[in-house]
Design a binder for this molecule. Sequence first.
Ligand SMILES: Cc1ncc(COP(=O)(O)O)c(C=O)c1O
Length: 402
Amino acid sequence: MMNVEQLKKDFPIFQHHPELVYLDSTATSLKPHVVVDAEREYYEHYGVNVHRGVYALSEQATAAYEGAREKVRKFIHATSTKEMIFVRGTTEGINVVANTYSQNFRKGDVILLSEMEHHANIVPWQALVKWIGVELRWIPVTEQGDLDLTNIDELLKGVKLVAVTHMSNVLGVVNDVKFLARKAHTVGARILVDGAQSVTHFPVDVKDLDCDFFVFSGHKMLGPTGIGVLYVKEEIGKTMEPYQRGGDMILEVTKETATWNELPWKFEAGTPNIAGAIGLGAAVDYLNQLGMEAVWIHEQELAKYGREQLAHCPGLQLLGGNAASPRGAIFAFELAGIHPHDVGSILDEQGIAVRAGHHCAMPLHARFGLAATTRASGYIYTTHQDIDRLVAGIKKVQEVFA
Ligand SMILES: Cc1ncc(COP(=O)(O)O)c(C=O)c1O
């Protein structure tokens, strides 16, 4: 069992805002001291460029940067660091694939998405409809909030790429991407898994999932903003053209042409986010110390408690409240007759931070006939008291609008 009260002391933000009830971790997580310290240490002690210098400080920076890559490799159980490309985050990771792997697509090829995707896993593919003439097809979401896989064999006809979220940032449901990977591979398609929410909350093993691409963001898993990872199976990465071109991603340049560096550096043109990668490495160390199994146990327990407590709020409708899939502590809800922005503002007056809007999932909201919801989401530092304060806050919102 995680000692959450003790663990909260690791997060400086609670010293600055002792009364804060932070329920917006799906948007971004808070950062522990160790992450902030790792970034500061880099800038203060060896803040020079990587891969370039022959001097000791540059070698130290390179070792720390590449060491962070090894940490994230182990964290998701990839085979080789050649498969671990540092990017700005999930959004950039998906854009890399959409801009480079798409060279394999032809007019009429199908990309299979789901109705519960974040815009980051929709909009880059829409560009390919324009540029190449691919077709986008959608796995439906049931009324309960699960992926409807009843007709998956039919849906997979002509599919070249399946791109699905591992864990919904609105419903909190965890999708069976291992099953989808097996299905995709039987029709010769590749699968990209959006791991922005999953890798933060439970153990992920990309080899076991057998996904071809896996993307995630550091800032949702206690790490800094502006750093994330695109995992690409080595055999696929080798065949992909670079995403951006410039320094560090080349082997040799003449006036006429250039040859590419090895994986993963072929995809990391220019000076990378060195401090961010080192900070992400520190976040991985911190999560490993807690143990991802323990993180998931805490999360599921919190999800259960939250659902039970929110069920007592009259007029509150939880999106995906009856889903059969495993679920994390993400609660998107409607409050009868009250606009989510009003809910969010009145909760804020009580020191409770939630998100209001479409949460970058407009097609999912449209599926449920909604324009917006209020979303409360927890993480390792979230307590039962935080949920109780939320429930009390919602009562206050209802009193204001009574
Ligand atoms: C499921 C999912 N995918 C993608 C993203 C985009 O992540 P980022 O903004 O870090 O690129 C998010 C962020 O909320 C997300 O929850």
